[in-house]
Design a binder for this molecule. Structure first.
Ligand SMILES: [Zn+2]
Length: 497
């Protein structure tokens, strides 16, 4: 490709290929004649017979120099705007005529801003994957692994570049949710735990599945960060000329006009939220606005003064503290200004830190180590996770969802079937817990809820001796649950031992 690049550069220098101009017509702007990526090439030219003949000449020279053949069968000529003599121009290059919008390197090109149809390939791919998996009997643990590893990753390629409409995100999450809980067209299953909770991090009681709208915002934040860092890169120069630089060159001006198809507009919409977490480090001060930018502490100078100074009572004292505060920040001509990402100690942008901040911290405390760190199967851990949330499909939960049922515990035939009763306090379950305490030679007062039990239980014997101890709650509750299902669903009786 180096050879082709040189040939194209040569004909560009000789003004035989004019390329496309980005920026206001009265400015130098950026002129792009060709883009090369791996073995793909995009050429930009005017709708002129002479320029197309130059391109044909360049391709012929390339074939003669390298012995490689240009596959015109795979090539297309695509008009941008009104082009009259398109067929005649296509004949020069012996290629097909294409049109926008189209796909290039697997990504949509020329698709309107915020359109939902652009996401159809992702939806189709996700549904295709699912139809293959439907034929396989999958347990909850396996389903969770597939949702996290495959379904969640499918749209990442798109999410890192395009703004996702809420309707599309909802649809994708609906597919994920149905797959996780086993709902299909033929069979309805209850979502045992709310999707909001499922999307919490594991440490705060969720399954660590990402919320797509927030994840999209965090991924697009990468471009906002790179805009302030990669001053000489071609993509940055194109965006800067197209929209104009704003705010000292850290981003562009507001994208109000319907420029092109609005790819950058979708990214730039996140600037307000993004910039709250970005501080500026003063070098020579040329890219920093003295009054409005955040270069003193966590606030702009304007905000700092308005919040700190009381001009009526403590004028002198506040003036000193203000001077002390800005003294270390005064520009001393030491290199260029730089940006600092406040959510990471090293000051470098990171998608994870931004995502965690956008998603917001979940305040709930959850005994996640007792659930996920115990050496039990994923299926049992998933059951335990649901039980800690008090959402296993017991009769009380069915009644809460509007089913009319008689609530009674099929193990003891005395109490109502409530999660904590069934797994902890039911006489049959309790006898198993007592038996287990005897084996370990310990005394234990049974807590009131499954959550409290798992919270107190994990690593009670110390880190070194707790491997088997930590497995007990999951295994024991699973045994009780299986026994309960034999009795209530299959109407059979099997020994617990
Ligand atoms: Zn009972």
């Amino acid at each position: 490709m180096e050879v082709l690049s040189r040939i194209l550069k040569k004909i560009e220098d000789c003004v035989l290929l004019r390329g496309c101009h980005v920026g206001p017509s009265n400015s130098i702007g950026v002129r792009i004649s060709y883009l090369l990526f791996a073995d793909d090439t995009i050429l930009f030219c005017d709708a002129s017979r002479e320029q197309l003949l130059s391109i044909r000449l360049a391709l012929t020279c390339f074939q003669a120099f390298t012995g490689l053949k240009v596959n015109v069968g795979k090539s297309e000529i695509v008009p941008v705007g009104e082009v009259g003599n398109l067929d005649a121009l296509a004949t020069i290059l012996c290629c097909r005529v294409g049109s926008l919008p189209m796909k290039y390197l697997g990504m949509p090109l020329g698709t309107p801003y915020k359109t939902t149809s652009m996401w159809n390939p992702i939806l189709e791919r996700m549904e295709k994957k699912l139809s293959g998996w439907k034929r396989i009997y999958l347990l909850k643990g396996g389903r969770l692994t597939l949702v996290k590893s495959t379904l969640s990753c499918l749209p990442t390629f798109y999410l890192s570049l395009f703004f996702i409409p809420v309707a599309v995100a909802d649809r994708l999450e609906w597919i994920q949710r149905n797959f996780l809980w086993g709902t299909s067209e033929e069979c309805f299953k209850y979502s045992l735990v709310a999707w909001e909770k499922v999307c919490f991090p594991i440490e705060t009681g969720g399954l660590g599945i990402r919320k797509l709208v927030h994840f999209n915002k965090a991924l697009l934040g990468k471009w906002l960060w790179r805009f302030g860092q990669e001053e000489t890169c071609l993509w940055r120069r194109v965006i800067a000329y197209k929209y104009g630089e704003g705010q000292g060159g850290w981003t562009t001006k507001l994208c109000r006009r319907a420029h092109g198809r609005g790819l950058w507009r979708g990214i730039h919409d996140g600037w307000e939220s993004f910039s709250k977490h970005m501080a500026l480090v003063v070098g020579n001060g040329t890219c920093i606005l003295f009054w409005h930018d955040k270069w003193v502490g966590d606030n702009s100078l304007k905000g700092f003064i308005l919040s700190c100074m009381d001009f009526h009572e403590r004028e002198l004292e506040d003036a000193y503290s203000f001077l002390e505060c800005i003294q270390p920040q005064i520009p001393r001509g030491g290199g260029s200004d730089t940006s600092h990402w406040c959510l990471k100690r090293n000051g470098k942008f990171d998608t994870r830190s931004y995502y965690n901040t956008i998603r917001g911290a979940a305040v709930s405390i959850f005994p996640w180590k007792g659930v996920w760190k115990a050496k039990i199967t994923k299926r049992v851990a998933f059951f335990m996770w649901t039980a800690v949330h008090r959402q296993i499909p017991t009769l009380d939960n069915f009644i809460l969802r509007g089913r009319i049922l008689v609530n009674w515990c099929c193990l003891c035939h005395r109490n109502e079937e409530i999660v904590d009763h069934l797994l902890l306090h039911c006489p049959i379950a309790h006898s198993l817990w007592v038996y287990m305490f005897q084996i370990f030679g310990t005394q234990w007062v049974m807590p009131s809820s499954v959550e409290s039990l798992v919270y107190c239980w994990s690593f009670w014997l110390g880190k070194l001796n707790s491997n088997i101890w930590n497995m007990v709650p999951g295994c024991l509750m699973w045994i009780v649950w299986t026994k309960r299902n034999w009795r209530s669903i299959e109407d059979t009786e099997k020994s617990l031992v």
